[in-house]
Design a protein around this ligand. Structure first.
Ligand code: 1YM
Length: 635
């Protein structure tokens, strides 16, 4: 963009703090790490400056190139970094911001530095940690140039030609003395974030090119709709319950607020929030402002239109099936929390609340049809919540207060000590029967599950909690469920899933893990969930019987036999094993193979689940069969 360049900048605004030696001595303090994350952080420091220039209204195009030598070039069409002399240092402004730590100007005429924030340390840190850096500034119809090596200038800023454009080009090559793990930029990492930045900052064109490949890879992102388009992207494979994304935008007390949301037919909430383009994983005041306004506005609307017969909605009722992005720009964000990704400023709460309430209320007034659908959706969640509460109360009464009403199918163990007790959750009645006979009843309980466990993802919670298999499991474990779950009350500290070594078995395992992940997460966090591995083969030669858990092992066993007279039996299911065999192979603590399920495994199961069976996936069974290899592989 060709704009007037001598407006807002005043060199005396730059604060001069420290030299760059500190950065090279302790790079981690400035960029978080010297691994791959820190390496990529360098790019964001430079891109942030371009984004700031664009947000100040002076640039609309930012290009990021990954060059063949793994150096990076970032170009913007802003005003160009100022090159006039700084009063105190007698250096050019460009040289100062490149070589002095924490040197920053006032951005965009009384504005503030918007982009970045967590580290937000600036271009000088990138310079300090690069083997070389080169900056070209197009400004005042002149091209200015300066080069640096490991943070030190090579020469003064010089004019090297004339131009009719304005803008800044920064190139740098990360220093191999600093980044010992890797110097290689990951295209996907850069591309993903650049796309996100394009969604978060509407109207700014962002282009990324990978020049390392024989055939250059170029992606261009420009979203005039911003967050609205982001939500459309998130909801693209879902059935939405109202056509248009609801958008709210505004500014309060120098805080810029943008919210975009749309309900879909699923039962999940997808809420993303950002402050100054940084994702706030742990939420914070801006999310609180959104949540309370949404609940309040929908309750008020329902009441005014006599739609809500009995009780008010709770937050969770109005958030079910909602995809929403909240993005604010704050002049002085305070980050809290374990990972410093929770916003603490209380003025952000009221800013979001005011801007969003006003525009949501207007949407509700102007779109009665859509509003009614949203209210109906909330009423459904409300009913489901009440049903689930009843179900929880039922299971609580049954399992905790009255242990005589343990599920009929449960063959409990003699021990009442959770530390040594374990329960096998077994697929199918026949395998359940063998397990009951084969087990050590002192400490091993058996709970057979009949047929398929209900699909937790596709069903609303009231259905889930009416399912007999699920109820049996909840009361057998004895610790409640959901918000009421109390790990102190578990009746067994080992909960072992035992399913057939086939596709259906893998499916049931995925279903169970998804259930535990969503409704009894502490079981996984406390390492109490296991998967038993039954053998695939029995190799018998005379009296000698050996079991193999995979094909390799089977071949090994056969190779080691000193006879040709042997028999191989392939187990198709647990039901084919007699009680002794089941004990010998899968239940005897001395020999059995148990895989402990970690949170990541359960998250993967949950993810596979959502991917395989989220919305409208046609004949479910076929799909799972096709994808079963992933289920088997991942769990
Ligand atoms: C590829 C990286 O750094 N662009 C950029 C940086 C600045 C300006 C414009 C700018 C800012 C201001 C006035 C102002 C910066 N200037 C400074 C400082 N792209 C990139 N584009 N004129 C130009 O804030 O008032 C720091 S960054 F401090 F010199 F003003």
């Amino acid at each position: 963009m060709n704009k007037d360049t001598n407006t807002t900048y005043d060199a005396s605004n730059i604060d001069v703090l420290e030299g760059l030696e500190a950065v090279r001595k302790r790079p981690g303090m400035y960029i978080g790490s010297t691994g791959s994350t820190g390496l990529h952080h360098l790019v964001w420091e430079i891109v942030d400056n371009s984004i700031d220039e664009a947000l100040a209204g002076y640039a609309n195009k930012i290009v990021v190139n990954i060059n063949q030598d793994n150096s990076i070039t970032v170009t913007d069409n802003g005003r160009g970094i100022p090159v006039d002399k700084h009063e105190k240092t007698q250096k050019s402004a460009l040289e100062t911001i490149m070589t002095v730590l924490h040197a920053g100007g006032k951005f965009g005429g009384g504005g503030y530095k918007v982009s970045g924030g967590l580290h937000g340390v600036g271009a000088s840190v990138v310079n300090a940690l690069s083997e070389w850096t080169k900056v070209e500034v197009h400004r005042n119809n002149q091209i200015y140039f300066q080069e640096y090596k490991r943070g030190d200038i090579v020469a003064d800023v010089v004019a090297i030609g004339s131009t009719d454009k304005s803008g800044t080009i920064v190139s740098f090559k990360p220093d191999s003395e600093i980044f010992l793990d890797t110097l290689e930029f990951d295209f996907l990492t850069l591309d993903t974030r650049i796309k996100e930045l394009a969604y978060l900052n509407k109207g700014i064109e962002l282009i990324i090119t990978d020049k390392r490949l024989e055939e250059e890879k170029v992606n261009r992102y420009l979203y005039e709709g911003g967050l609205k388009e982001y939500i459309e992207f998130i909801n693209q494979n879902k059935k939405h319950i109202h056509q248009d994304v609801i958008v709210a935008e505004g500014e309060k007390n120098y805080i810029m607020v943008e919210v975009a949301m749309q309900y879909n037919e699923s039962y999940n909430t997808k809420l993303l929030s950002f402050v100054n383009n940084i994702k706030t994983h742990e939420g914070g005041t801006h999310e609180e402002g959104f949540r309370s306004s949404l609940t309040r506005a929908l309750n008020a609307y329902a009441k005014k239109n006599n739609l809500n017969k009995n009780e008010s909605f709770m937050g969770e009722d109005v958030r079910e099936g909602l995809a929403v992005i909240i993005s604010i720009k704050h002049p002085d964000p305070q980050f809290e929390g374990q990972t410093k990704s929770k916003l603490g400023n209380s003025d952000a709460r009221s800013a979001v609340s005011e801007v969003f309430s006003e525009q949501l209320e207007r949407f509700l007034l102007e779109n009665p049809k859509e509003s009614r659908k949203i209210i109906e959706k909330s009423q459904m969640s409300q009913r489901a919540r009440n049903a689930a509460k009843k179900a929880r109360e039922m299971t609580r009464k049954k399992s905790v207060l009255d242990s005589t009403s343990l599920p009929g199918k449960l063959a409990d163990c003699a021990s009442k000590d959770p530390d040594i007790s374990e329960v096998y959750i077994v697929e199918g009645d026949s395998a359940g029967g063998s397990a009951k006979q084969g087990r050590d009843r002192h400490f091993q309980a058996i709970l057979p599950l009949r047929g398929k466990v209900i699909n937790v993802e596709k069903s609303s919670i009231d259905k889930v909690f009416q399912n007999t298999e699920i109820l049996a499991m909840i009361s057998a474990i004895g610790a409640g469920v959901g918000a009421d779950f109390n790990i102190e009350k578990v009746r067994y500290k080992k909960i072992i899933i035992m399913t057939d070594a086939d596709v259906d078995g893998a499916h049931i395992r995925t279903l169970l893990l998804t259930f535990f992940y969503r409704h009894m997460k502490p079981l996984i966090e406390n390492d109490m969930i296991y998967v038993a591995q039954p053998p695939l083969y029995k190799v018998s030669a005379g009296r000698k019987i050996e079991y193999a858990y995979d094909d390799n092992q089977k071949d090994q066993i056969v190779a080691n036999l000193n006879t040709n007279r042997y028999n191989i039996q392939r187990y198709k299911g647990l039901g084919e094993m007699n009680p002794d065999q089941l004990w010998d192979t899968t239940m005897d603590p001395e020999v059995r193979i148990l895989e402990q399920i970690k949170l990541e495994d359960a998250m993967k199961a949950d993810f596979i689940f959502e991917a395989l069976m989220g919305e409208e996936t046609g004949p479910r069974k076929d799909f799972i069969r096709e994808n079963a290899k992933y289920a088997e592989l991942d769990i």
